[in-house]
Design a protein around this ligand. Structure first.
Ligand code: AMP
Length: 392
């Protein structure tokens, strides 16, 4: 068990919290403030326990001076202030005398937010390459370090691993919740079924290898299904193909023929933007067609398997859900899972956005906030940003 924010006396302490404020911003306006909201529990806990709260976050990538202007955390500090109902002091720097003076003059319950940690990437990628001096410098600003940025925990950066290697540390409520939910795969109630989709097999090889040993079934949809179908000797026309991984898919199908379940029909079209599309069985995709969603017969096959599940983990949309025409499979699966009497865990990234966009925000046991980080946990990997945190 990792130490958490609750394991420390925060009274009058300078507590550095690494949050994930990497929110979409268009023309200076935040278009989705969910990540800020997800951070409030930990920040409010620190405030209520009389800490001096120092917040660090990245926002986008910073490779040029223009990226700095685009990726300032200023709009985030304003929104955070509204959500907290109190003043947030924004320091438009990541280091220096002004940062130090403001922090040294903080009172308990004060909140400061430093500028985007990735401003430090402009000069030698110090943040992203976990520069030792930078980690040391940020650590010198606080007494305790709390990591609550689940979305970057699979990276070893100065603002997570760097600082945590120096200060007494713990995880915040958001990471605690992610770990509690995603660890369901360690010892799942059965039947335990997994749905995998998304575009490429290559992104999911680690997950397949790990979960095929634990799950009762792996239902495969999305673009990645076509590499499996090709490996099974079926015609896939112009559908997405991950040619380098046909052999891997063949091996999986040979070794786990009853565990890996492929679609039996697909929605296909000649071009993505064509008005005309049709549903066909998977042995009938023409050379000039591509499969863009699973069909209704496949949904039925998946549903029959899912119905008695005790645990379902889902990562990757089963169709090109951004297009209304090809969103049906993903929507149907949302609906099936929402009505199961089971623990339902939705991976971050595209699967989370699809589920939320289709109105299922509150319909599952857990929707992960981290795409890459949740994938790596499903691969059975330890995340560096969490590994570095002290055990209880
Ligand atoms: P990933 O980032 O690997 O999770 O993949 C998500 C993307 O896969 C989404 O943008 C979907 O549009 C895309 N996708 C899902 N199914 C298909 C498909 N059959 N053909 C092409 N792209 C797909």
């Amino acid at each position: 068990m990792k130490k958490t924010i609750r394991d420390y006396d925060l009274n009058n302490k300078k507590v550095i919290i690494r949050v994930d404020f990497n929110v979409p911003i268009k023309d200076g306006v935040i278009t989705d403030d969910n990540r800020i909201k997800e951070s409030l529990e930990t920040i409010n806990y620190a405030i209520n326990n009389n800490a001096k709260v120092i917040l660090l976050s990245h926002l986008g990538r910073v490779k040029t001076e223009e990226d700095k202007v685009k990726n300032t955390l200023l709009p985030v500090s304003r929104r955070l202030s509204e959500l907290l109902g109190k003043e947030v002091t924004f320091i438009n720097k990541t280091r220096g005398i002004e940062v130090e003076n403001i922090i040294n003059n903080m009172n308990p319950k004060d909140v400061v937010l430093l500028e985007n940690t990735r401003y430090e990437d402009l000069d030698g990628e110090k943040e992203s390459k976990n520069d030792l001096e930078l980690g040391k410098y940020w650590a010198s600003l606080g007494d305790i370090y709390i990591n609550d940025a689940f979305g970057t925990s699979h990276r070893s950066h100065a603002s997570n691993v760097g600082i945590a290697s120096i200060l007494p540390n713990g995880i915040g409520f958001l990471i605690e919740k992610e770990l509690a939910n995603l660890s369901v795969i360690d010892n799942p109630e059965r039947p335990f079924n997994v749905i995998l989709g998304g575009s490429k097999v290559s992104d999911k090889i680690g997950v397949i290898k790990n979960l095929v040993l634990k799950a009762d079934h792996i239902l495969i949809g999305g673009g990645m299904a076509f590499t499996f179908l090709k490996a099974a000797g079926l015609p896939i026309g112009k559908s997405l193909l991950d040619a380098d991984n046909i052999e891997f898919c063949k091996e999986m199908l040979e070794e786990y023929p009853d565990k890996i379940i492929l679609p039996i029909d697909v929605v296909c079209a000649k071009e993505i933007n064509d008005e005309v599309y049709r549903i066909c069985f998977i042995n009938d995709i023409k050379d000039d067609e591509m499969g863009l969603d699973i069909g209704s017969a496949s949904v039925k096959v998946f549903k029959d398997i899912l119905l008695d599940s005790k645990v379902v983990v889902w990562n990757g949309p089963v169709g090109m859900f951004e297009e209304e025409k090809y969103a049906n499979g993903t929507k149907e699966l949302c609906n099936i899972l929402a009505n199961l009497d089971a623990t339902t865990i939705i991976g971050g990234g595209d699967t989370a956005s699809a589920a939320i966009n289709f109105g299922y925000q509150n319909s599952f046991t857990h929707i992960s906030t981290g795409g890459g980080a949740s994938l790596e946990l499903l691969e059975g990997k330890e995340l560096p940003g969490i590994k570095v945190i002290m055990d209880k």
